[in-house]
Structures are given as C-alpha cells and as structure tokens.
Design a binder for this molecule. Sequence first.
Ligand SMILES: *Cc1c(COP(=O)(O)O)cnc(C)c1O
Length: 376
Amino acid sequence: MKAIQMVDLKTQYQKIKPEIDAAVIGVLESSAFINGKPVQDFADNLSAYLGAKHVIPCANGTDALQIAMMALGLQPGDEVITPSFTYIATTEVVALLRLTPVFVEVDSQTFCMDPEALRKAITPKTKAIVPVHLYGHAANMEAIMQIANEHNLFIIEDNAQAIGSDYFFSDGSKKKTGTIGTIGTTSFFPSKNLGGYGDGGAICTNDDELAAKMKMVANHGQSKRYYHDLVGCNSRLDTLQAAILNIKLRELDNYIAARRKAADYYDNAFANNPKITTPYRADYCNHVFHQYTLKLEGVNRDGLCEYLATKNIPSMIYYPVPGHRQKMFDSFNLPQKDLMVTDWLTERVISLPIHTELEDEQLAYITSSVMEYINQ
Ligand SMILES: *Cc1c(COP(=O)(O)O)cnc(C)c1O
C-alpha cells in the first residue's frame, strides 16, 4: 500500500505531468514571468467556471481578503463579523487593517457561521460580514444574505476551502460559492481543492466598480502607469502559477468528485457509531470536502491521533485554538466572548486524510484503524 498522506500532491501531479511540464516550459521560454498571457487566460477561465463577471488574480488567499476589505473602504473602528472557528487569515486581515473583528458562533452541524448569532452581533458600527465556507461546506448564505440586506452590509465570502461548490437557493436557482455575496475570495495554496505549485489567490465580484477598484488596490493603487490614486499593495499571481492553474482548473470537477467519493467511503464506514458524527451535508449545497472532519464524543482524541500515527496514518486538528482565544487580538481589548459551540467543536473535531488520490485499500486501512481504537 502507498504511504498515506493528508494530501498527495505528488501522485496527482504524475497524472497531469506532460501538460504541466509543457505549460511550465512555455512560461520559461516566454520569460513573461509577471502578467504573462496565462494570467489573463486564467482570470477568464475562472470567471467562466464560477459564473462571476470579474476575477482578479492575486498573490494568495490572505491578500484576497485584504484587498476586498481595502476596496470596500472600511475604516478603523468599523466592525467586521466573522466566525471564530476558521483559519486565522480570515480574522487576521481584519485586525491588520485596524478594523474590529467581531467573533460569532458557528452552527454545530455545518461548522459555518450561525445566522442567528450573526443577527445578534450586528451593531450600528457593523459594516461587513465574512462567512467562511469551512472544510468545503457552504455557510447558510440565503439566511446570511437576508440579514445583510436588511442592514445594508457587505458580504465577503471566504471561499478558500470551497471553490467549485454549488449553492442551491430555495427558488430553485443555483450559484457557485464565492459568487453570492458582494465579493468572494479564494486561495490556490497547494493543498487547497484548486491548488497551484506555490502561493496564489483570487477575488471575484459581479460589481464593475468594485472590480476596477480591487484591481487598482492589488496594483499599488495605480490608475494608469505611475499614477497612484489610492494606497494599495502589490499582490500578483505569477505567470507560472497561472499556467499551472489553467490546467488544474480543467480537472477541478474531477478532483471534487474524487474527494466526495472518499468522503462517501468514510461515511459508510463510520455510519451509526454513537461516538462518531460524520460531516453534515446540507441540502442547500454540495460539499466539496476540502477536509473530512469528524466530531468525536466520548473518545480520547489525542489518544486516537497518537494511535493513528503509530499506524502511519496522519490526522490533523483544524483548528486547535479558535480566533477569539488567539493572543494576536489581545491589544484589541475585544469584549469577552462566550462561544460555547466553537469551544466545544475545537475539542472534538479531527480531520482524516482526504485528497484526490486516496485508494480503497488506504481508506479501508484508515477506517479500520479508527474503529479499532474507538471500539477497544
Ligand atoms: C487557506 C485559507 C486562507 C488563506 O489563504 P492563503 O493563500 O494561505 O493566504 C484564508 N481563509 C481560509 C478559510 C483558508 O483556508
């Protein structure tokens, strides 16, 4: 059996090697390393795939969030509501821009922002909401949009973990996650569902004015060459990454199908076990399984991780410390938050290996090893 990894990028590369190698050599030979043709091609291809009017490539998913917040003209002291149960980038950027992060609770089933908690957190200073489609499962966007519209708030969807997921609205229509709110942001970090071979990110919107502004912000606030109208930053997707992502974007739906197949295998193996709750799948979206995350009850989680490690099975805790307990926010003197669901999840979640290359033999070994520990 092949060694088990959280993500197997090497085997995935082997399957598309001729195309990737040719694309990389093409960039080397053109030597257009910055803003070469593949960058605009990728923006167009991703825009067509997502059904978003504008896609602006940038350097990484964290920058994408920052550029979005800068372009919305948010000012120090403005409140931005985000879940605490997310990767730190989501809230770090809020703090970096001296905006005020307001942490809210997540839904214990979806792991995503709880719309009722969101409603209660709104104050006259609230300007924007950042729902995160965590682990590849969408937040309840219909409820969140409703609240945002009532209070005239911006929505930035952090779609770093859910690119390619479909969202189904109650009127029968559907959209890709990341294209529902005011702005969507994503990351092409290698282990993400659409990963490059280095850093990368993108922002999308259907708003022409915002798109123009975000393009400027990402390029030193420049309106025309050497004329800088805004304070911006320097955030570009490089041509090599764009050339690679053009090829990988064509595979994205296959990659999602492979992840969902692995998730189905796990679901079946862990079904009806009182100590294990398998990932919830709301009817309103299709889960793209960036992570496969279990909730454990009455199981020594550290013990399970150690047991799996002895059997050469990696596992991860995403995330061991929620945002509202991170030291980086100490100087913000934020009001004390009592986020019981978030704390509860932090202690009970465990993520198992999931990627596009898992074989049944590996899945059988992982699931039987988990069951051995649980049933001992
Ligand atoms: C990965 C990730 C980011 C940041 O993306 P980078 O490309 O690593 O900067 C932001 N938010 C979430 C939820 C992520 O998973």
